[in-house]
Design a protein around this ligand. Structure first.
Ligand code: SF4
Length: 311
């Protein structure tokens, strides 16, 4: 990985941002299998040329700090198994697993914990992402094989990094979590489902090994973390021209946004009067734009940029 430092951060800040406690085992990992095939193969093929700015690591460094603290805390529980990497053979394939924590819950049974440093939007929208459910179940299955233990509960602990007291208790946004940590149990798959899932993901990946970059399976909108097309109401005068009106976003139709704008204008007095207008907000692929290290090599991304039309 080649780093730039466009914001001229100090050597110390850069050193922190480049810290990476991820071990790179020689085999498949669950994190890798949960990534889209396109990302996996473009990363493998262009690894030497991948470049990112150090500041893009700030989220992952915070996540690693949280995991390091969780590992320290986990060691206080007798017989706990914390962040241990192990390998299990799944069919002919070597797969590496590293669950965050296995904490004894009663005699001979454990509770598996997976810690996610994520955004409030995830908790408000969907709670458990499908890839988290798959990952946690595969960790459970593999940990039971390797450690010869029984896991009777598996839980995701979400730490919501952008949780806001104001949004929760003053603006009372709908579906807003009351605190910045959520613990949610993950439904348990059968052993056969876990094994089949892992083998299917590996064979899907291997089957594209000879596919040219431009023909790789396209990332879905969920994999691109794409927002939906929608409408928003913005101020159309004064210093905040162009800024979104509070609660003026997320409308799926023009009529809904227009109705909101009209209601808002009716409530304005002579002194608070502002001009408002409805704008179209096209879908944005957040992962492609801000997080995908291989967007430079991805024709799907470049094609989507060419198709973007102003409304
Ligand atoms: S840039 Fe977007 S479409 Fe391309 S590999 Fe990355 S996530 Fe997928």
């Amino acid at each position: 990985m080649n780093y730039t430092n466009r914001h001229e951060l100090s050597d110390f800040a850069c050193a922190i941002l480049k810290e990476d406690d991820y071990d790179h085992p020689d085999g498949f990992t669950m994190s890798q299998l949960n990534n889209p095939i396109r990302i996996n193969l473009l990363t493998k093929r262009h690894n030497e040329l991948i470049e990112t700015d150090v500041i893009n690591n700030s989220y992952s460094v915070r996540g690693q700090a949280l995991h390091a603290l969780a590992a320290l805390a986990g060691k206080k529980f007798k017989a706990a198994i914390i962040e241990e990497r192990f390998m299990v053979k799944v069919g002919p394939y070597k797969v590496f697993f590293k669950p965050d924590a296995l904490i004894p819950s009663s005699s001979n049974t454990y509770r598996l914990w997976d810690i996610k440093d994520c955004k409030v939007g995830t908790a408000r929208r969907e709670h458990l992402k499908p890839e988290w459910i798959a990952q946690v179940n595969c960790y459970k299955w593999a940990a039971e094989q390797y450690h010869q233990i029984k896991i009777n509960q598996q839980t995701v602990m979400m730490w919501l990094k952008d949780w806001s007291y104001t949004d929760c208790h003053e603006r009372n946004l709908p579906n807003y979590p009351p605190i910045d940590i959520i613990e949610e149990d993950v439904p348990i798959w059968t052993d056969a489902e876990c094994k089949a899932y892992i083998i299917h993901e590996i064979e899907d990946l291997l089957s594209e090994d000879d596919t040219k970059d431009n023909d790789l399976p396209r990332c879905s909108s969920a994999e691109r973390w794409a927002t939906k097309d929608g409408f928003a109401v913005v101020f159309d005068d004064g210093k905040t021209k162009g800024q979104q009106v509070p609660k003026g976003g997320g409308y799926t139709t023009y009529i809904e946004a227009k109705t909101f704008a009209e209601e808002k204008k009716k409530k304005m007095t002579k002194s608070t009067k502002r001009e408002l207008k409805v704008i179209f907000k096209p879908s944005v692929s957040i992962r492609c734009e801000r997080f995908c290290l291989v967007n430079k090599f991805c024709n799907q991304y470049h094609e989507s940029k060419q198709q973007e039309q102003p409304f």
